[in-house]
Ligand binder design. Structure first.
Ligand code: ACO
Length: 315
């Protein structure tokens, strides 16, 4: 399969580090050097499904195909206002498609996992065009009183249309269960029979553990793929990495021994938008004309689980 179109949509509200320091014991002087983040887009009066539908429509337009041409929709999402129906079903109705749809919850690695699901459908000959939409509102998962976590995230949606072709050279997925380092818990509806203790917790993160996992997993996934494909890091034109923290990106860059200009970033403007991060960056690079036909892209992301994934793609 190959990617034939991209799209993205961001909430209009921009929250700068200085705005956070108006109600949190934090500062741009703390956040920026440790994360590379200056501002993030945060949902205010928008609904996540509307951002997702807009990103999807832009991707279809960019691909030059219609919603009725789609054979499958995959939506990567951790949380939104609907528990059911799935966000992919809501997107399907919003864009006027009629194909089957599926939600996946693979945290920040969702775009790579979605590519892998799509790849399996192409290999089994079931589909010709698949829409992937990654839509996330992590700002609604964090406590805005917790300076350790809320400063890191931003909301948004990124989408890609994949079609028959030879673009995807390889995908590597990994998982290593570690449920106490990055998690959120919520209580469900009570019943007359529940006797166990239950509680809710906003998104909790052991930052330094996540940092170490992220660098090891992303570096390892990319290296594995390059070795398997018989390629060197030099042969990759653009490394599109999950935009969680500029220091994580720089550590992976140093591991691969590659120049900074191969690592486009938007973490400064968007923060970490979970699985939407990679496709938003891909769309921004695509629309800026940075990606030339035949360029080799390495995408890589990591997140709660822990899980991670990388893909090597010819544009
Ligand atoms: N403002 C001011 N001080 C803060 C803030 C803040 N926003 N957040 C934490 N601190 C304080 C802490 O209270 C702590 O203070 P203490 O030492 O008095 O207890 C201190 O700063 C911690 O400082 P450091 O240990 O130097 O922080 P570190 O360098 O580890 O940076 C960070 C923290 C930015 C969270 C880093 O660990 C990190 O980026 N980790 C990875 C995070 C990540 O990428 N998460 C998402 C990945 S997965 C996904 O995308 C869902």
């Amino acid at each position: 399969m190959k990617i034939i179109g991209t799209g993205s949509e961001l909430p209009k509200k921009i929250v700068t580090n200085d705005m956070l320091s108006e109600f949190l014991d934090t500062s741009d002087a703390w956040i920026y050097p440790r994360t590379g983040i200056r501002q993030r887009h945060v949902i205010s009066d928008e609904k996540l499904e509307d951002l997702a539908i807009s990103a999807a429509k832009k991707a279809l337009d960019n691909a030059g195909i219609q919603a009725e041409d789609l054979d499958y929709i995959i939506c990567s999402n951790v949380v939104n206002e609907y528990i059911t129906p799935s966000l992919s079903c809501i997107i399907q109705g919003g864009i006027g498609a009629t194909c089957p749809c599926l939600d996946i919850n693979c945290a920040c690695a969702g775009f790579i996992y979605a590519l892998d699901v799509a790849d399996s459908h192409f290999k089994s000959g079931k589909v010709k065009n698949v829409l992937i939409v990654c839509a996330e509102e992590p700002s609604r998962m964090t406590s805005w009183k917790d300076r350790n976590v809320c400063v890191l995230f931003g909301d948004g949606a990124g989408a890609a249309v994949v079609s028959e072709g030879e673009g995807v050279k390889g995908i590597k997925l990994s998982a290593a269960s570690s449920t106490d380092k990055l998690y959120q818990i919520r209580t469900l509806e009570p019943t007359p029979y529940i006797t166990k203790e239950e509680h809710s917790e906003s998104l909790q993160m052991k930052g330094q553990d996540v940092f170490k996992f992220a660098v090891k997993a992303s570096s390892g996934d990319i290296k594995y793929l390059l070795d398997t494909l018989g390629m060197s890091a030099d042969e990759v034109d653009h490394y599109l990495l999950h935009q969680a923290n500029i220091r994580i990106i720089n550590s992976i860059k140093d591991f691969l021994g590659q120049p900074e200009d191969k690592f486009p970033t938007n973490v400064e403007n968007h923060g970490n938008s979970s699985s939407a991060s990679c496709p938003i960056l891909l769309d921004e690079c695509n629309r800026k004309g940075l990606l030339k036909k035949g360029d080799i892209l390495a995408l890589s992301a990591f997140g709660a689980g822990f899980i991670s994934g990388a893909a090597i793609i010819e544009w």
